[in-house]
Design a protein around this ligand. Structure first.
Ligand code: NAD
Ligand code: UDP
Length: 338
């Protein structure tokens, strides 16, 4: 039985960490990535962590001919599909690019798998599919009403894969809805390096702490939350990575479709993150509390109990550890892999 796993988007933030977890579990990750939002130098870092350089197939998941060749060349036990675009604002400005990349790319990949007889697939979905929830914690059967094209592209892929499973019940599919992935591998060798000004909180906090940005703008201090700032379910990227391996192992043991939240089940406010980061870095962070960011949900966090019951997985790393690992990565690599 092959231990090779095709990891689309494996050069990116969550994908690269998942390659580490796959290697630790005895799998051989093969990265398929067009490098549109990642850096080939991640391969050398993965070698330093795992002891071997993963194979990279440089290509686009929309390239059906290439996918056919990849599956014809060597057997794969499964596919983990991270490749996609993820910037909410860009998806509003340029929806067709998002549907093309995320939806067409996923359909092309599943078709290639079907033709090759590979039927185990783990897909990166997102808590964005819930939109503004009625309440938290959010269970998987909460209403799905994504508020932007990015979130709708994830929901469309979930629906396409659910239809596929209904038509062909032999498929083994896990749809994983991540909450807010942050942190980095504890070695500090791989992590997240957004291009340009970060939209997300943790990369912004890191850049303020290292002196690349003057201060953090907190988007809103008048939310109905304990300290008035927005609340999210931050989850350590290595916990997420291990969640993918658990989902893969589960899918390999039985045919079926699982839809699972991957989060901690705990909400943390923007100020909780700032304070935790200050504690672990020993640096004071400058911030201003400004207006709300349009479209932001005040507070949400996951109900992770189904993932625990199904996979035996839970996100165990603390907010302090998320901050400490982000900080180690940022300090060692202030310009990413440059
Ligand atoms: P990332 O941008 O770091 O990684 C995505 C990778 O996919 C990149 O290496 C990019 O070069 C590659 N890629 C993009 N389009 C491609 C294509 N058409 N063909 C081949 N490769 C392509 O992002 P990430 O944070 O690691 O996210 C991974 C997945 O998880 C994405 O699908 C994202 O939507 C999803 N997700 C991310 C978050 C988050 O906050 N980071 C939350 C929920 C879901
Ligand atoms: N946030 C903030 N300042 C920033 C970036 C984010 O105050 O520069 C807040 C944001 O309003 C939200 C939380 O931090 O309450 C998490 O934001 P992020 O963009 O990381 O995740 P998302 O909102 O997509 O869940």
């Amino acid at each position: 039985m092959s231990r090779r796993v095709l990891v689309t988007g494996g050069a990116g933030f969550i994908g690269s960490h998942t390659c580490v977890a796959l290697a630790a579990a005895g799998y051989t990750p093969v990265i398929f990535d067009n490098l549109c939002n990642s850096d080939i130098r991640v391969l050398e870092r993965l070698r330093q962590i795992t002891g071997s350089t993963p194979q990279l197939i440089e290509g686009d998941v929309r390239d059906e001919a290439l996918l056919a060749r990849v599956f014809a060349d060597e057997p794969f036990a499964a596919v983990i599909h991270f490749a996609g675009l993820k910037a909410v604002g860009d998806s509003v400005a340029d929806p067709l690019t998002y549907y093309d990349n995320n939806v067409r790319g996923s359909v092309a990949l599943a078709l290639a798998m079907q033709r090759a007889g590979v039927n185990t697939l783990v897909f990166s979905s997102s808590a964005t599919v819930y939109g503004q929830p009625d309440h938290s914690p959010i269970p998987e059967d909460a209403p799905l009403r994504p508020a932007n094209p990015y979130g709708r592209s994830k929901l469309m892929v979930e629906q396409a894969l659910s239809d596929l499973h209904r038509a062909q019940p032999g498929w083994r599919i896990a749809l994983l809805r991540y909450f807010n992935p942050v942190g980095a591998h504890e070695s500090g060798l791989i992590g997240e390096h957004p291009q340009g000004k970060p939209n997300n909180l943790m990369p912004f906090v890191c850049q303020v702490a290292v002196g690349q940005r003057e201060k953090l703008q907190i988007h809103g201090g008048d939310y109905p939350t304990p300290d008035g700032t927005g609340v999210r379910d931050y989850v350590h990227v290595m916990d997420l990575a291990e969640g993918h391996v658990a989902a893969l192992m589960h899918a390999r043991t039985r045919a079926g479709l699982s839809i699972l939240n991957l989060g901690t089940g705990q909400g943390a406010s923007v100020l909780d993150v700032v304070r935790a980061f200050e504690r672990v870095s020993g640096r004071a962070l400058r911030f201003d509390i400004g207006p709300r960011r349009p479209g932001d949900v005040p507070a949400y966090w996951s109900d992770p109990s189904l993932a625990k019951a199904t996979l035996g997985w839970r996100a165990g790393r603390s907010l302090e550890q998320m901050c400490a690992d982000s900080w180690r990565w940022q300090q060692g690599n202030p310009r990413g892999y440059d």
